[in-house]
Ligand binder design. Structure first.
Ligand SMILES: Cc1cc2nc3c(=O)[nH]c(=O)nc-3n(C[C@H](O)[C@H](O)[C@H](O)COP(=O)(O)O)c2cc1C
Length: 151
């Protein structure tokens, strides 16, 4: 069983809803989840041996949503040692933007910069191609869930 911290970046609610959906699926698969909205290093505590799952939209011109920005800044400035943690990213975006899913890529770089190990490939969801982002996330989960047993 894995301990999974979901780090939510959402302005209009879609990524927030998606994080709730993913938490439900992960709980049903026997894992423990905690949703951080907003996330902070203080609230996160010691994540050694645990998993950080960033679920984020992109806003502005390729920016991390306001509710996740302070956490991203904490990672950039404080550089916590996440060397004993794993991470994955589920990003929502609109492929009409040059900055498609840029916030997801930024979170990936920040978490990796703090030493967290990637678990699987990022899930990039194009909201213009998907009636329900949850469907794309469920497909990704099918490949990601088996990786949790390797932790
Ligand atoms: C003002 C605005 C700016 C956006 N900028 C980007 C962007 O730069 N890149 C991208 O991939 N998607 C962009 N999007 C698309 C959002 O990421 C997408 O609609 C997402 O589902 C919103 O999630 P939320 O409801 O959790 O905020 C933008 C959407 C809006 C409304």
């Amino acid at each position: 069983m894995a301990q999974i911290h979901l780090l939510v970046g959402s302005t209009l609610g879609a990524a927030e809803y998606l994080a709730d959906h993913l938490a439900d699926r992960l709980n049903a698969a026997g894992h423990q989840t905690r949703i951080h909205n907003p996330a902070s290093l203080a609230e996160l505590g010691d994540t050694a041996g645990q998993l950080l799952l960033a679920v984020t939209a992109t806003h502005g011109a390729g920016e991390i949503p306001d509710n996740l920005k302070p956490f991203a800044q904490e990672l950039a400035l404080k550089q916590p040692n996440l060397g004993r943690s794993h991470y994955a990213v589920v990003a929502l975006g609109d492929s009409n933007y040059d900055t498609f899913c840029a916030a997801g890529h930024q979170m990936q770089a920040l978490l990796e910069g703090c030493g967290a190990q990637p678990l699987g490939t990022p899930c990039l969801i194009d909201v213009t191609a998907q009636d329900l982002p949850e469907d794309a996330a469920d497909l990704w989960l099918e490949t990601w869930l088996p990786l949790l047993s390797q932790l």
